[in-house]
Design a protein around this ligand. Structure first.
Ligand code: SAH
Length: 225
């Protein structure tokens, strides 16, 4: 980057999309935490309707599919991610109950009270945690569940530099207890929270990027963006 103060919001989206397409997951997570989050949810049957919002190429969606029986719709803004999502579903022979569609989390194509479960890993921040929780609530049936991951502070105090970085990148970042209070205020009954173990960021997110970064920088040598 020519200007080190630039954030991801100023990047070229085609480049971002191509870069993240080469990865199995586009955010922090792991099969273990997807299964752990699912363990708190007990209303699912073969008739359940599940939405995975901001699904990316579907790493976590396929894990969900292997541990549930219902129909899952993955939604993402980027067609390239959805193409890969549907290829992944087909490879795993899940295409009859897992389908990806291009769409925005700001304008979801569901009916009121259609869904048994809304899933969203590393993605609700795009619309904002509070706004997403409020706007998506109507799509859930009574007794339905939502599971989201969200960048949150573990403590009330942190080094100024880190605080400043996050205030610039995502001013809605807050403590876990405040996030839970926002969830309650949006009409949900909070059931469980847990902190993603460090390997969700390292082993599963940043480490696989090392090779992708080498290839990407080689391919776009000299490209200023
Ligand atoms: N859930 C995936 C992807 C997380 S990255 C994972 O955990 O690996 C966040 C995703 O949100 C990206 O795939 C991005 O394309 C998608 N996204 C961003 N804004 C969106 C919007 N307005 N509507 C739908 N998806 C969006």
């Amino acid at each position: 980057m020519s200007d080190e103060n630039k954030t991801i919001h100023d990047f070229d989206f085609n480049l971002i999309c191509e870069y993240f397409s080469s990865l199995d997951q586009q955010g922090p997570g792991s099969p273990e935490v997807t299964i752990k989050a699912l363990s708190f949810i007990d209303n699912l049957t073969a008739d359940s309707r599940i939405a995975d919002i901001g699904c990316g190429t579907g790493g976590q969606t396929m894990v969900l599919a292997h541990h549930t029986l219902g129909h899952i719709t993955g939604i993402d803004l980027f067609p390239t991610f959805i193409d890969l999502f549907n290829l992944n579903a087909k490879k795993l022979n899940l295409q009859d109950r897992v389908s990806g569609i291009v769409g925005s989390m700001e304008n979801l194509p569901f009916h009121n009270e259609e869904l048994d479960l809304i899933w969203s890993e590393g993605a609700i921040y795009n619309i904002g945690f509070e706004r997403g929780l409020k706007e998506w609530h109507k799509f859930l049936k009574t007794g339905g569940y939502i599971a989201v991951s969200e960048a949150s502070w573990f403590t009330d105090k942190r080094p100024l530099e880190i605080d400043k970085f996050w205030q610039d990148a995502y001013p809605e970042i807050d403590t876990v207890s405040n996030k839970v209070a926002q969830m309650q205020a949006a009409g949900y009954l909070p059931m469980a929270t847990f902190i993603l173990p460090e390997n969700c960021w390292t082993e599963h997110f940043y480490t696989p990027q090392v090779l992708s970064q080498q290839n990407f920088l080689e391919k776009y040598k000299g490209n200023k963006s």
